[in-house]
Design a protein around this ligand. Structure first.
Ligand code: GLN
Length: 486
């Protein structure tokens, strides 16, 4: 029962083939059995069993209406969960117990979901390999032999939990690729909605103009079911959209005939592995056979997306992270002799190296002498990139690219300098910069049996196209289910 999708588990729960309590217990046992994956920071076992019991009662009485009733989920430790510790992967919040619930997690609870616990992540969502977490790195369940692979980041714990069947589905967040990149590395589906589709209220903020919550699931259909639950306007987030939320699941199985798919020529990266190109070609063949038309397009400014992202996101992060001062909540360093010293020691001891690097870069690009040269310039580039996509979507309905320039790397073999690590995001950040929705769908395994993913990008608020096309790709990719975790 642990390998079932949301859709399948929901059917069986309603048919009373098993109870939510049994399903929840099965996952809690597996989380313990595979604790070496380090996918969770905090387990909420008691709450989980209590929610499962309530769901079983609703189902027994025939009152079950929620789309996720009785479904055990894993929650990235970036969503505030009332009464359950939320760390954002940082020492800074090692003892933080939120007094309120994030909108997205509340919507999941309202739909009847069971929360198993909070998943590991890169500190404050900064990273691409889940190696910056204060709570240790996460191991990709696809690891084989003696090499331990990274699951990608920053939603690495959520990805590992879904891939290793430690939950039915999980929630992640994507500022520059953190849902899609770990989904690709871990052989699962990851969907980043359009900026504004989901409320950011109660998510620990990283880059506020880029952050979006997103489903991490076993199937494209599950992503559709999940997305509908978490979408919608929220008065508590002024950037959340009032656009109506379609029934995304109704786009599952819809024909893609006559859809035009664009392949951006700038995404054929120099030095990209031939296996990634082959995977891309496999996707092209599948989609062409399904009746779509494949067109080469150009996104002339796409190459500036990564540098722009690494100015805009640290700038916003440096402002967002100013609140961790040791006074209001979380960690406070001991032994300071003055207020200023307390601030300094708290931030010195509470933040990890990558987070400090981002705060330094962000503060620098916002400083009086450099603001125009870096920050304003990056915002101008952002407009040009948006313009590129507007032009492209006049020619095609949707864009298809690889999700990542490589497959998962082994722990200890990760790029050592920060810039090489940042290159992992080169294919995903554009969607955040342009506020577009994107989905990563598993396409196959490389020679070393490591998962590869392909990404679709659609115009704003056209997640329906991601589901429609993603489903066809998934159905024809024959991606294997993970059998064994070592
Ligand atoms: N890897 C990217 C970064 O480190 C993206 C992170 C994210 O999407 N949260 O900034």
């Amino acid at each position: 029962m642990h390998t079932l999708s949301i859709y399948e588990a929901r059917e069986r729960l309603l048919e009373k083939k098993f109870s939510s309590t049994e399903l929840t217990q099965c996952f809690l046992d597996r989380i313990r059995q595979y604790s070496h994956l380090n996918a969770f920071i905090t387990l909420s076992e008691e709450q989980a069993l209590e929610s499962a019991r309530k769901s079983d009662e609703r189902i027994a009485r025939g009152f079950s209406t929620g789309a996720l009733d009785g479904i055990p989920l894993a929650i990235k430790d970036l969503f505030l969960t009332k009464g359950v510790r939320t760390t954002a992967g940082s020492k800074m919040l090692y003892n933080f117990i939120p007094p309120f619930e994030s909108t997205v997690s509340q919507k999941l609870l309202d739909a009847g979901a069971v929360f198993l616990g909070k998943t590991n992540m890169d500190e404050f969502a900064m990273g691409s390999a889940n190696i910056t977490s204060y709570y240790g790195n996460v191991i990709n369940p696809w690891s084989c032999g003696d090499k331990k692979l990274v699951p990608g980041g920053s939603s690495g714990g959520s990805a590992a939990a879904v891939a290793g069947h430690l939950c039915t589905a999980a929630i992640g967040s994507d500022t520059g690729g953190s849902v899609r990149q770990p989904a690709a590395f871990s052989g699962i589906v990851g969907l980043k909605p359009t900026y504004g589709r989901c409320s950011r209220y109660g998510m620990v903020a990283f880059g506020s103009s880029l952050d979006q919550a997103g489903p991490m699931t076993k199937t494209v259909r599950d992503a559709a079911i999940f997305l509908r639950v978490i979408s919608g306007h929220d008065p508590k987030d002024s950037t959340s959209s009032r656009k109506p939320v379609p029934d995304f699941e109704s786009f599952v199985g819809k024909t893609v005939e006559k859809i035009k798919i664009g392949l951006p020529k700038e995404y054929f990266l120099e030095g990209m592995s031939s296996e990634i190109e082959d995977a891309w070609q496999k996707g092209v063949d599948i989609m062409r056979d399904a009746g779509t038309e494949i067109v080469e397009i150009s996104l002339p400014h796409a190459k500036y997306a990564l540098p722009a992202y690494y100015i805009i996101s640290p700038a916003e992060a440096s402002a967002n992270l100013a609140r961790y001062d040791g006074l209001r909540y979380g960690f406070r360093a001991a032994g300071a002799k003055s207020l200023l010293e307390m601030y300094e020691k708290t931030r010195e001891e509470g933040f990890g190296e990558e987070v400090k690097r981002r705060i330094l870069v962000g503060t620098y690009v916002l400083s009086a002498g450099y603001y125009d040269a870096y920050y304003t310039k990056a915002l101008q580039v952002r407009q040009l990139i948006k313009q590129d996509f507007r032009e492209a979507f006049k020619q095609v309905d949707i864009i298809m690219t690889p999700t990542t320039p490589s497959s998962a790397f082994a722990i200890g073999e990760e790029p050592q300098d920060p810039v090489s690590m940042y290159l992992n995001d080169v294919l995903t950040v554009t969607a955040n910069i342009a506020e577009l929705p994107g989905i990563s769908v598993p396409i196959g395994l490389d020679k070393l049996n490591r998962p590869l993913g392909l990404q679709f990008l659609a115009p704003q608020f056209r997640e329906d196209l991601l589901i429609q096309n993603g489903y066809i790709l998934e159905q024809n990719a024959n991606f294997p289910t993970l059998k064994e975790i070592i």
